[in-house]
Write a protein that binds this ligand. Structure first.
Ligand code: GDP
Ligand code: MN
Length: 385
């Protein structure tokens, strides 16, 4: 789960990680008021779960309180397009007013879980403010990686090593070391997957502050962080994914046109592969789970068919714990209640497969039987061509 910049900064403050003063404005008058409190100037920032807002027009400097009010009005409700949102962009529902800082240097800092070393890794670079992907491509030597031993945590030595690599000295050096140690503590205690500070700013006054903050959490640990879960913003998630999560379905929207309903994550990935292999393109990843009910299958179908891009559906079930007759009943129920308007290819195998096939055959709906996985994939791809 990801959160907004203003929420990430609330967490930073809890952990004594320095960040500029800032508040969400509820309306234009409020934006004016906050700007007055900041001494007459502010940075007006659109809150969406995507980076690159600055270049897209989502970060603007207000030279006076009236301008802040104007910028607020323009930004709220606008559709912001950045290189991370895709062409359709994201609607801005929240606007954050930040107390401006005088930038001396923009640096880059991130903690993330590195799968290669299976450890939390600190990444630091003197090239802040620009996309780190660009730095990694053009000047990879400017990114310093520090791998952290979980038993020891971020040691003082490592924090100093990173601060040194950032080219800091004196007071800023000391402040950066404390900054890193507090940020690491946040990362571990809140079960983060990624914390990115870009830019980390050294101000003209010599302070070290997080000007921007992006935090992603490990979804599997959210149950023990109700405070973090409260930050969830459904506006930022694909509506199909929000709907699917209500029924405990593991659903991820993709951009193809063949809907997939599968039990088991591995089989679901294999199904997407075989669709691709035969020249098709999956519209989603969906694992209905091992113990899904008729009701879950029906809802899964409803969510898949709710996508206007879907031109055909491939149902691929291997009945282990899941029984094929339950799946078949779910499909027939969906056909009755929602209506099925696109070709549906069904491949069933395993527990109660004969009952399942019988239910489908006698349903009166035009459901195409796949004799095996290859046959099913070929049939579903052919049906959209
Ligand atoms: P992003 O574009 O979504 O990553 O948004 P950021 O919060 O990182 O802001 C983009 C850029 O705006 C930063 O890299 C800074 O150069 C600039 N910026 C943001 N806040 C301030 C500020 O308080 N003072 C100054 N001088 N520049 C700022
Ligand atoms: Mn940024």
């Amino acid at each position: 789960m990801n959160i907004h910049e203003y929420q990430a900064k609330e967490l930073l403050r809890q952990y004594k990680v320095a960040t500029p003063d800032g508040r969400v404005a509820v309306d234009a008058e409020n934006a004016r008021q906050i700007t007055k409190e900041f001494g007459g100037q502010s940075v007006v920032k659109a809150q969406i779960h995507a980076g690159g807002r600055g270049k897209g027009g989502g970060v603007k400097f207000a030279k006076n309180p009236d301008e802040a009010a104007e910028l607020f009005k323009k930004m709220l409700g606008m559709t912001l397009v950045t290189h991370q949102t895709g062409a359709e962009g994201r609607k801005v529902h929240t606007v954050f007013i930040s107390n401006p800082v005088d930038i001396e240097k923009e640096l880059y800092l991130a903690f993330l879980v590195d799968r290669g070393s299976s450890r939390i890794t600190l990444m630091a670079s003197t090239e802040g403010g620009v996309e780190i992907e660009e730095v990694a491509e053009k000047t990879p030597e400017k990114i310093v990686k520090v791998v952290i031993d979980p038993a020891i945590g971020l040691s003082g030595f490592q924090a100093r090593q990173a601060a040194f690599a950032l080219g800091l000295s004196g007071d800023a050096f000391k402040k950066a070391v404390t900054f890193l140690q507090n940020l690491y503590r946040l990362f571990v205690e809140k079960d983060c997957a990624m914390v990115e500070i870009n830019p980390l700013v050294i101000t003209k006054q010599g302070d070290v502050v997080a000007l921007d903050a992006k935090i992603g959490f490990d979804d599997n640990a959210l149950f023990r962080h109700p405070d973090v879960l409260a930050y969830r913003d459904l506006n930022e998630e694909a509506p199909e994914e929000v709907e699917a999560s209500k029924f405990n379905l593991n659903f991820i929207k993709l951009d193809g046109n063949i809907g997939c309903m599968v039990n088991g994550a591995g089989l679901a990935m294999g199904t997407m592969d075989i669709i691709k292999y035969h020249g098709g393109s999956p519209a989603n990843f969906l694992d209905v789970g091992g113990g899904a009910t008729e009701e879950a299958v029906k809802n899964a179908f409803r969510i898949i068919l709710g996508d206007k891009e879907v031109k055909a559906v491939l149902v691929n079930i291997f009945g282990g714990i899941m029984r094929c007759d339950i799946v078949a009943n779910g499909i027939v129920k969906a056909a009755k209640e929602i209506g099925i308007t696109v070709p549906v290819v069904v491949r069933l195998e395993g527990t109660n497969v004969e009952e399942g096939k019988k239910i489908l055959a006698e349903s009166g709906y035009n459901l195409i039987v796949g004799n095996d996985l290859k046959d099913a994939a070929e049939k579903v791809v052919a049906s959209v061509k």
